[in-house]
Design a protein around this ligand. Structure first.
Ligand code: PGA
Length: 249
């Protein structure tokens, strides 16, 4: 039986008390869930949510991290700080980081390698804009993001990496890629991975889909052979919409 990985990215939402309340609801409602689960609250809420999630089946993730271990980097949060409070995974290269904060593949790759060095599991996000898709650049954009993002990651370390395919035009817009369209891109990502690491490693890779995943489309998306989970934004902000996605089967 396949296993799925369902992650909630809370983005820049929720105070500490609101985050704690949501984490408590999810801990209760998802106690019996058989999928791998993650929530990624804002930095300010991580420590409090870590306390709530102790002993639960939900992994604590961060939404980003600095590219250096420590030092004079005003405004950044380091991998050591995240690890210290119980963070076990980190979302890297989210399209909002790529597009609003101009993070490029080289910087993202540096963060991927740093996370792996410290035993934090990266979720590497890739995705094309509508313009790129319409210009026929889908495969070259995705291929480059995957290859550059994973530069220097060896086959053993790859096992700790998840890839999230998030078409930029589907994030927060209510537009979802059709399950067929999404699956085709996931299959392409697997092809790129097979070229880098071989068929076995490529087949074993967890590739999440993200972009307007909701309770009413999650099951159809994850029924596709190459879609192994979901990275959920808007619908992750309430237990009543996140729990049914995680409990889709
Ligand atoms: P969305 O966000 O579910 O609100 O589209 C997904 C994401 O950005 O990870």
């Amino acid at each position: 039986m396949r296993s799925y990985y369902i992650a909630g990215n809370w983005k820049m939402h929720k105070t500490v008390s609101e985050s704690v309340a949501l984490a408590k609801e999810l801990k209760a409602q998802l106690a019996g869930c058989k999928e791998k689960l993650l929530v990624a609250p804002a930095f300010t809420s991580l420590a409090a949510v870590a306390e709530v999630l102790k002993g639960s089946n939900i992994v604590l993730g961060a939404q980003n991290m600095g590219p250096e271990e420590q030092g004079a980097h005003t405004g950044e949060v380091s991998v050591l700080m995240l690890k210290d409070i119980g963070v076990r995974a980190v979302i890297l290269g989210h399209s909002e980081r790529r597009h609003s904060y101009l993070e490029g593949d080289t910087l993202i790759n540096k963060k991927v390698l740093l996370a792996l060095k410290h035993g934090i599991e990266p979720i590497l996000c890739v995705g094309e804009t509508l313009e790129e898709r319409e210009a026929g650049k889908l495969e070259s954009v995705i291929g480059t993001q995957v290859k550059e993002g994973l530069k220097g990651v060896d086959a053993a370390a790859l096992k700790a990496v998840t890839i999230a395919y998030e078409p930029v035009w589907a994030i927060g817009t209510g537009k979802t890629a059709t399950p067929e369209d999404a699956d085709a891109v996931h299959a392409y990502i697997r092809k790129v991975l097979a070229g880098l690491y071989g068929e076995v490693a490529s087949k074993a890779m967890c590739i999440q889909y993200g972009g307007s995943v909701k309770p009413d489309n999650a099951a159809q998306l994850m029924a596709k052979p190459n879609i192994d989970g979901a990275l959920v934004g808007g619908a992750a902000l309430k237990a009543e919409s996140f729990a049914p996605i995680a409990l889709f089967r």
